[in-house]
Write a protein that binds this ligand. Structure first.
Ligand code: ZN
Length: 367
């Protein structure tokens, strides 16, 4: 089953890979593992921590990393892959092989994007175990899945028209609306809530919940001081940057401010010497250098945007500053969301203002 034709957006922005920009180059990151495990196989990356990879049918991003933690007689899984027939096959091979037919005790999801939570319902039903995640991730996922089968709402059309979309782009949005649910197996009807700073006992070790915001509403990272390991989800990625977007459901949100606060908080709470296990790319060392690079990258883009707003601009006029690649129709929602996230952050700092014209298009200028 190839879902790429129906997926709305990949929720990650491979458009601004930093490798080609010396100003963005992550200083001093090291990658201790020379190769990733093929789908269906597993590689031990710390004591009792296995690395698995699932393919993604998404342009520009072909995999997600998931993790299996030894937990008594079985496994606690962290993230699950997107709902596809391929992902199910690879899980089955992994259980029959590297995971030694031991049962899944629970499934923890870092956040509600389909590549992370997509197979949670399938796994928890098969093993009769629970989904653990934060409340906003669970509830938001239920909300987005419930959009499947609905028509694109007026609020959404108004939002993207205000951003500067033309009729072709709006038609694309209408046609794709509700696609989120197609990539997510029916969620469990109940879950176990995890809260920030909670300590989870997994396989005799303590893992600390570190909640971040901005990429998703209440993103869960897990830090094990004893192992010096941080499972970072999409909150910290080494080679690409996570999408930080404003969506039509909350047009005045300021997720970039939340994102920057979260990155700074992780720098306070998690020591630099951890092995970071991210959801995309490879495990790495150099957490604090990466956090600093992410923060300064966004600050530089904010400053550049503010300069450009000397003359009024629409959200779609700013892609050149934000993204290194051209923005295809498939990426337009994510790119627009990220552009508005930067603009709303400038407005939040009182550095920009927004005005609607007679056609309902929003123009931003510096102040
Ligand atoms: Zn994500």
């Amino acid at each position: 089953m190839n879902l790429s034709a129906t997926l709305p957006i990949p929720y990650i922005a491979p458009m601004h890979e930093n490798a080609n920009d010396p100003a963005d180059a992550p200083a001093a990151l090291t990658y201790p593992f020379s190769s990733a495990p093929p789908p269906g196989q597993a590689l031990a990356v710390a004591q009792g921590v296995m690395w698995l990879r699932m393919p993604l049918p998404v342009a520009g991003l072909n995999h997600i990393n998931v993790w299996a933690l030894e937990d008594g007689a079985g496994w606690t899984l962290i993230d699950t892959g997107m709902q596809t027939a391929d992902t199910a096959t690879h899980w089955q091979s992994a259980f029959a092989g590297a995971l030694q037919r031991r049962p899944v005790m629970r499934v923890i999801c870092t956040h509600m994007h389909p590549d992370h939570i997509g197979m949670a319902g399938w796994l928890t039903r098969h093993y009769d175990c629970r989904l653990w995640t934060t409340r906003l991730e669970y509830v938001t996922c239920r909300m987005l899945v419930a959009d499947t089968g609905r028509e694109a709402p007026l609020d959404g059309l108004r939002f993207y028209r205000a951003a500067g979309w033309d009729e072709d782009a709006l038609e694309h949005y209408r046609a794709r609306f509700g696609g989120f649910g197609k990539a997510v197996y029916t969620l469990p009807d109940s879950y176990r809530r995890v809260v920030d700073a909670e300590q989870l006992a997994i396989g005799g070790r303590t893992w600390h919940a570190v909640v971040g915001r901005g990429h998703s509403p209440e993103h869960l990272c897990l830090h094990c001081p004893e192992l010096a390991v941080l499972i970072s989800g999409d909150q910290v990625l080494p080679r690409i940057t996570s999408n930080v977007s404003v969506f039509p459901t909350e047009p005045d949100a300021n997720p970039l401010a939340e994102w920057l606060e979260s990155l700074a908080a992780i720098q306070e709470r998690v020591p630099d010497d951890v092995l970071v296990l991210p959801s995309h790319n490879e495990p790495f060392r150099g957490l604090h250098a990466r956090l600093t690079a992410l923060i300064t990258g966004h600050e530089r883009r904010l400053a550049r945007l503010q300069e450009l707003l000397a003359a009024p601009k629409r959200a779609v006029d700013l892609f050149g500053v934000l993204f290194r690649r051209g923005v295809s129709l498939d990426m337009l929602g994510m790119a627009t969301g990220e552009s508005i996230a930067h603009l709303n952050c400038l407005i939040g700092r009182n550095l920009a203002a927004r005005e609607l014209d007679a056609a309902g298009v929003a123009w931003y200028r510096r102040r």
